[in-house]
Design a protein around this ligand. Structure first.
Ligand code: FES
Ligand code: FE2
Length: 356
């Protein structure tokens, strides 16, 4: 293995758990027991009677029966195998087959925060969980903005999805029918690191818009300035500010159209990834046709990424990584991201577990 490669995270790098990840959209949480795998750990979640969300390990500490197959009564969850009952913090409060057992048994619970329509979970060391690290995403709940959202499951490691999102040069080829225009492939770009976040910025002047942007903005084939500012925010989040500047707007039309493309990236297992996504916009908020068009057109592009990463994953799994992939200048943002993810993963692996 060469030095360069060993510095970069890849599909075999241990999953980073000390991070706030999105568990799901808040709208899907209710009184049903729902199970989801987060960073290799099965969790079960539900709303308590007071409306707050509880997240427990979906594995009974007795014989590993999934607690999501159990029964929720009030805020207590009973395992259907031998009846151990847990409170919403994971403490066992009833042992019907062994009532004299005084030992403390815990199912394990996870820090969870509901904010701006999404549920954040910290699957790592709970002592390190700091709510202040959860990013603010005002475009998801503030007046003046509307958004569409969706979910895709990627049959690939989360590093590959992060790398895909840090490489906008693929727009012109993989997404030639929607996001991409030919100018995109060799357009100048700038990469910088700020507070541990990685920024990839590309500005195309006097550029036609792809249909995915020209239809909702109603700019047709007018040539405008297209600005794309993508941020790797954390192992859990990629955020793109996509602005369309029209320097000669028609009467009554804006000179700036803003989109926010938000990818919540949550490793499901070492080889699969949850991708919760949202696209927000600040214009034509009363036009009922825009959300359906935006949802459908962005979904097509994201599905193209999923198919591409599926093919790549299959190659890499079958033949291994000892192949010597070449790097192009457009990979700079992705390389910086992989270096950062590798550092985070190594630091986590070397950190002694905090005592409880
Ligand atoms: S496996 Fe849950 S009580 Fe035995
Ligand atoms: Fe893509």
């Amino acid at each position: 293995m060469n030095t360069q490669k060993s510095l970069l995270a890849d599909r075999y790098t241990p999953l980073i758990r000390n991070c706030w990840y999105v568990l799901g959209f808040a709208a899907e949480a209710d009184r049903q027991l729902r199970s989801r795998n987060i960073a290799g750990i099965a969790v079960v979640y539900f709303r308590r009677l007071d409306g707050s969300i509880a997240v427990l390990r979906d594995r009974c500490p007795h014989r590993s029966f999934p607690l999501s197959k159990g029964i929720l009564d009030g805020d207590r969850l009973t395992c259907l195998y031998h009846g151990l009952t847990f409170d919403p913090d994971g403490l066992c409060v009833a042992k019907p087959t062994n009532p004299d057992n005084a030992a403390e048994i815990r199912a394990g619970s996870f820090p969870v925060v509901e904010r701006q329509g999404v549920i954040w979970i910290w699957p790592g060391d709970p002592k390190l969980a700091d709510e202040a690290e959860i990013p603010e995403l005002p475009w998801l709940d503030q007046p003046g903005w509307d958004h569409v959202s969706g979910y895709l499951n990627f049959p690939s490691n989360y590093i590959a999805l992060h790398e895909n999102l840090m490489d906008l040069s693929h727009f012109a080829f993989l997404h030639a029918g929607n996001i991409g225009t030919p100018e995109y492939a060799d357009a100048p770009f700038r990469v910088r690191v700020e507070d541990g976040r990685i920024n990839l910025r590309r500005v195309l002047e006097d550029s036609p818009l792809p249909s995915l942007l020209s239809v909702p903005t109603d700019l047709g084939d007018k040539r405008v300035t297209r600005e794309t500012d993508t941020w790797w925010m954390s192992p859990a989040l990629n955020l793109t500010h996509s602005n369309v500047h029209d320097s000669t707007p028609d009467a009554g039309k804006p000179g700036l159209y803003s989109f926010k493309v938000i990818h919540f990236i949550t490793p499901e297992t070492q080889h699969t990834t949850h991708n919760f996504w949202a696209v927000a916009r600040d214009f034509r908020l009363d036009d009922p046709a825009i959300p359906a068009h935006t949802h459908a057109s962005f979904k097509v592009a994201f599905e193209e990424d999923r198919e591409a990463l599926d093919w790549i994953e299959q190659r890499q799994r079958r033949e291994g990584l000892e192949f010597g992939e070449v790097h192009l200048s457009s990979d700079k943002g992705g390389i910086l991201m992989r270096r950062r993810m590798k550092k985070l993963a190594l630091a986590e692996a070397e950190r002694p577990p905090s005592s409880s």
